[in-house]
Design a protein. Structure first.
Length: 403
């Protein structure tokens, strides 16, 4: 057997689903060829007479799958630091909105920005994620709220993959908020969103369609219409569900066999059971929970009871989660949501991949999977979750090549 690269002297957290816990292998090696894993296991089991173009001894360092940030709003213009300061001084959401803040301010800035402006503004945010071992990042639109700007955001997101070795998945989130020019007519805007979907699909700009199903956003019926259009266009769906109230968003996501239902703080057992039956992943977003000072925890015990896969993600966005650290996100999930080390690491690898429909190609260290790896200077995997403001990344590998 011949390898393009071989890492030996490693300790692995394979996250293989047929192995207990993190799927730990001591004294291990990983061999890759043509961007795929072709050997993974104990070093003593390497085939006799193997050859490798490059061999590196890791001296006991740990290898995990490359990290997956499966829910971000990374592409936008402007920032919301001023309204954050106003909120700290006691201003209400209504007062901030009247002063021109809130999502409308981000929409205004994003509409005014060129595609290249958006690309350049987003690059540093992406680079923070890559510096902590991310190899796959999902990016949503949703700050344009018209076809031209939504397409511009999605093109900028695609172009980020031209700047760095990373897999970018794009999601159309036109049903994110109501644009001011619709004068409060949500049904008319949903008609517009539905009309956008086929065109964005034809241009190949979206890998999935998302919506915000909430009292301050769109109803179950309106979201259902968006999802029907997505299905007709051949696109899978995801949903911002049950973040602020229980409108039955998780159950709606399950009805449409959604890849994921995200936030889900208010989801009840019926919604969790529906997700389990549909194979819908729960994406938990502790950054927004923290930033909004929420107190309603997502139903972790119900998710465990019904064996719903749990992913975690930064939800990086300008308003409610200006977070670009996936390592800190794991610590938040453990501290705020009481998730275990195993759940947190699986949440940004195996289950993050599942939330994007990519579980067959990434997210675990298994033969045949893409060779997206993160190599860490740590003594035990718990350090990735436990330590704050600590980045022990030794090397990030994308499609078998060190970056």
């Amino acid at each position: 057997m011949r390898f393009d690269r071989l890492w030996r002297g490693a300790r692995l957290a394979t996250l293989a689903p047929d192995q207990p816990g993190l799927g730990i292998v001591e004294g291990a090696a990983i061999g890759v060829s043509h961007g795929k894993i072709t050997f993974v296991g104990p070093e003593k089991d390497l085939p006799t007479g193997f050859e490798a173009d490059e061999i590196e001894d890791l001296h006991g360092r740990w290898i995990t799958p490359g990290l997956v940030d499966c829910h971000t709003h990374l592409v936008y213009a402007g920032d919301r630091a001023a309204e954050f300061e106003m909120r700290l001084a006691g201003a209400t959401y209504e007062e901030i909105s009247k002063a021109g803040g809130g999502i409308v301010s981000t929409v205004r800035a994003t509409r005014a920005a060129s595609e290249t402006d958006l690309l350049m503004a987003s690059l540093p945010r992406l680079e923070h994620l890559l510096a902590e071992g991310a190899t796959t990042v999902e990016i949503k639109s949703g700050y344009g709220l018209d076809l031209a700007t939504e397409a511009k955001m999605l093109r900028a997101a695609r172009r980020l993959a031209d700047q760095h070795s990373v897999t970018i998945r794009t999601t159309f989130l036109g049903a994110h908020a109501l644009p001011p020019e619709m004068n409060g007519d949500k049904d008319r805007y949903i008609d517009a969103v539905i009309a956008m979907i086929p065109e964005l699909a034809r241009e190949g700009l979206a890998d999935a369609v998302d919506a915000f199903c909430e009292g301050i956003a769109f109803s179950v019926d309106q979201t259902d219409r968006v999802f029907q259009a997505a299905t007709a266009a051949g696109l899978p769906v995801k949903l911002h569900a049950d973040q602020l109230s229980n409108l039955g968003g998780a159950a709606l996501a399950a009805k449409h066999k959604a890849l994921s239902a995200d936030h889900i703080e208010w989801t009840d057992e019926a919604g969790v059971a529906a997700m389990a039956k549909a194979g819908t992943v729960a994406v938990l977003l502790p950054g927004a929970f923290y930033m909004l000072r929420e107190t309603k925890l997502p139903p972790i015990e119900l998710l465990r009871k019904h064996k719903v896969p749990m992913a975690i993600s930064t939800d990086s966005n300008p308003g409610t989660s200006p977070l670009t650290s996936i390592l800190l996100t794991m610590n938040m999930a453990a501290t705020l949501f009481r998730m275990t080390v195993e759940e947190c690491i699986a949440g940004v690898t195996r289950e993050g991949a599942r939330a994007l429909g990519l579980q067959d190609s990434i997210g675990t260290l298994e033969v045949g999977k893409r060779a997206d790896l993160a190599i860490w200077d740590i003594e035990r995997p718990a350090e990735l979750v436990y330590r704050i403001g600590f980045n022990p990344l030794y090397s990030r590998i994308w499609q078998g090549v060190p970056q």
